[in-house]
Design a protein around this ligand. Structure first.
Ligand code: XUL
Length: 517
């Protein structure tokens, strides 16, 4: 008999499962079902429904439920010992919401029928707005104004209002479909909807995903009365309670026991959002540990013990599953900008690396503001690349300038957290480039480790399940499973150069932003 923990991840495009064996510290199962391919009858593309208005992005919640059946059937058919599962938790794409007329059926599902047949007509809204929806600008402004503006909203709820956040989405639903809103008994997040299916009752929303709603007081971790009031009438009794991410809802829904042979004593945990789960899957279990994902956009995940919010309203503050706080800061011009520079000088990646090797740290004071696309952090509405003491034709200088700019911008725009990183775990395509990692280590003055993960959100969910069930420390749980690999050490001489250059960069940014980019 093994001690297995199941982590599920209901992301935008797929439902994944990771099972860990805590005794051998190995991932023993790792699978992903793509919605478009597995469930083509919902007609989604990349997991979302087509809509004539590109700002409106919804997905069908029944598809997520059906995917659960397909996944458990697959695990059963493949002979996965589901009877050895001790606890189950999960991860959901953040911010998306599910609207139910009733939830009574959840505790009384008939295993001879599918989840789709069982759920039938329980939704008061057939489709769920998800995080890619950007149709709620008016509602964002209404809520933000009522809460006292950008800074006040960020310090109350952890983020200023964003179109994709759940509160503005609920407000829009109430304003545009008041009858359907009145007919709604339960509003759930993607995470808490899936947790409700697994647990067989209305699941709480955990503090991590709750912080992505513009409805939770980020300090007290309870619903924020003024935010509720300004979002929609009679909202509080439509929302489930908030809970710590380690909260156990109960034992698994008998539906999964009878139908698929899941251990009847398996505990069903509260789920969380994909970003809080990834924080655990990436091993960010102490204040000061940071992960940077170098993808199309670059994302900075930081952890902090005390709650600081970003006065500029650019970064988000969520609650980490450890109980500490976490931040998510998204820099849009990531590999997008690196590639644009590389291509414009006709280089391949070797050539780009060579350019970094042949130029000195600090680039002799040459600076680029790499806004090839409008930027999220800092908020730059119109694209445009700005060069200071840098010639556009200087190939090597531009390669170094784009990477140094990105690293300095991350340093400047995470300063509000009041926590300097003690170690950075770096993932994503560009993390294989040692020159980029060296610049990151020197600018941030901390060691950088490469980190290889396939699905940090599902892994984080499985680790959360194990941690809560065993009541273990996070160190004990992650050891040997969520560990970084090779690293780059800091070169103190280079750091001294960057400590000066970062001041110049901040001034250039001020100049450019002051000029209303
Ligand atoms: C975070 C966000 C996305 C979603 C989907 O604020 O919108 O990361 O969680 O992955």
């Amino acid at each position: 008999m093994s001690n297995l923990y199941l982590g599920l991840d209901a992301s935008t495009q797929s439902l994944s499962a990771i099972i860990i064996d805590i005794d051998t510290r190995k991932v023993v199962y790792d699978v992903s079902l793509n919605y478009d391919e597995t469930l083509p009858h919902y007609g989604t593309q990349n997991g979302v429904l087509d809509h004539p208005d590109p700002k409106i992005v919804h997905s069908p919640p029944l598809m997520w439920a059906e995917a659960l059946d397909v996944l458990f059937e697959k695990m059963k058919t493949e002979g996965i010992p589901l009877g050895d599962i001790r606890a189950i938790s999960g991860s959901g794409q953040q911010h998306g919401s599910v609207y139910l007329k009733t939830a009574e059926i959840l505790s009384n599902l008939d295993p001879s029928k599918s989840l789709v047949e069982n759920l039938g007509d329980i939704f008061s809204r057939d489709t769920s707005p998800i995080w890619m929806d950007s149709s709620t600008r008016a509602e964002c402004d209404e809520i933000c104004d009522a809460l006292g503006g950008l800074q006040a909203t960020a310090s109350a709820t952890g983020s200023t209002t964003f179109e994709r956040f759940t509160g503005p989405q609920i407000r829009k639903f109430y304003k545009t479909q008041p009858d359907a809103y009145n007919n709604t008994a339960h509003i759930m997040l993607v995470s808490s909807f899936m947790a409700s299916l697994i647990a067989g009752k209305v699941a709480p929303i955990d503090h991590g995903d709750g912080a992505g709603m513009n409805l939770m007081d980020i300090q007290t971790r309870t619903y924020h009365a003024a935010a509720l009031g300004t979002t929609a009438p009679d909202l509080s009794h439509r929302l489930p309670p908030l809970a710590e991410s380690r909260a156990i809802i109960g034992t698994v829904n008998p539906y999964f026991v009878d139908k698929y042979g899941v251990n009847p004593n398996a505990q069903a945990l509260v789920w969380s959002g994909d970003n809080p789960n990834s924080v655990i899957g990436l091993g960010l279990i102490r204040e000061g540990l940071v992960a940077i994902s170098l993808g199309t956009s670059d994302t900075y995940f930081g952890t902090m013990r005390n709650c600081q919010t970003d006065p500029r309203g650019e970064g988000h503050v969520f609650v980490s599953p450890t109980g500490d706080y976490m931040t998510l800061i998204c820099f849009k011009n990531g590999s997008l900008a690196r590639e644009a520079v590389r291509k414009s000088h006709g280089l391949d990646w070797n050539g780009f690396s060579h350019a970094l090797q042949s130029t000195p740290p600090g680039n002799n004071g040459k600076i680029m503001l790499p806004y090839f696309e409008p930027e999220i952090v800092p908020n730059v509405l119109n694209s445009g690349v700005h060069r200071f003491d840098l010639d556009e034709q200087d190939a090597a200088g531009n390669c170094r300038a784009v990477v140094e700019a990105q690293m300095m911008s991350m340093r400047i725009h995470s300063e509000w957290m009041g926590v300097r990183p003690s170690a950075i775990y770096v993932t994503g395509g560009a993390s294989v480039n040692p020159e980029i990692l060296q610049i990151m280590a020197d600018v941030q003055n901390c060691p950088v480790h490469q980190f290889e993960v396939t699905n940090s959100a599902a892994l984080g969910a499985a680790l959360r399940a194990a941690q809560a069930h065993l009541n273990a420390t996070w160190e004990d749980i992650s050891k040997g499973i969520a560990d970084p690999i090779s690293g780059s050490a800091v070169n103190p001489t280079n750091t001294a150069v960057y400590d000066e250059l970062v001041k110049k960069y901040a001034e250039c940014e001020q100049t450019a932003l002051g000029n209303k980019l």
